[in-house]
Design a protein around this ligand. Structure first.
Ligand SMILES: Nc1ncnc2c1ncn2[C@@H]1O[C@H](COP(=O)(O)OP(=O)(O)OP(=O)(O)O)[C@@H](O)[C@H]1O
Ligand SMILES: [Mg+2]
Length: 157
């Protein structure tokens, strides 16, 4: 894919920092779909996004709650909805959870979301995290889907 961007992430701090940079181009209604094997660093990336957005609370794996809402700190504007789609069939089920923010007003980041959420939005950013066998380095592949994601990715790198 010509517009996909690949970024090497040697340490967890690098993954968190990329999340922080990504937060700088995010806006209300955005959907980010994160995939990659167990322990690839998906939650670490969301921690960086949360720090960059300036949200309350500690971003941890939402595994047992399906979705967690992080409200913006004073001075910040965007809530973060952190979803673990592992046991979810579609993003419609997230709306059914009756969260106290709507997806249209928040940034929604979905771990394990590939194949489940794309059809519901006309645009999203796909991030795949892969881990090397030899060391801790992860590779992020960022793939724009629709909207102005390609232009936003160009600003990011
Ligand atoms: N380059 C790196 N990027 C991200 N995390 C790294 C890196 N190197 C080592 N790590 C470590 O790998 C672990 C990644 O865990 P994390 O919970 O973010 O993975 P995950 O993809 O969310 O897993 P799960 O599939 O269980 O949700 C952390 O303990 C982190 O410190
Ligand atoms: Mg995780």
């Amino acid at each position: 894919m010509a517009s996909a961007v690949r970024i090497a992430l040697p340490t967890a701090a690098d993954t968190r920092a990329l999340g922080g940079r990504l937060a700088g181009v995010l806006r209300a209604g955005d959907l980010v779909v994160l995939d990659g094997p167990l322990g690839a660093g998906k939650t670490v990336m969301v921690q960086g996004i949360g720090a960059g957005l300036g949200v309350q609370g500690t971003v941890v794996s939402p595994t047992f709650v399906i979705a967690r809402v992080h409200r913006p700190l004073p001075g910040a504007t965007l809530p973060l909805v952190h979803v673990d789609a592992y046991r979810l069939r579609s993003l419609a089920e997230v709306d059914d959870l009756d969260l106290d923010v709507s997806v249209g007003d928040a940034v929604t980041v979905v771990e394990w979301g590939s194949g489940k959420v794309e059809q519901l939005t006309d645009a999203h950013l796909e991030i795949r995290l892969d881990r090397a066998d030899q060391d801790e380095t992860r590779t992020a592949t960022l793939v724009p889907h629709g909207g102005d994601w390609a232009a936003r990715l160009a600003r990011l790198v």
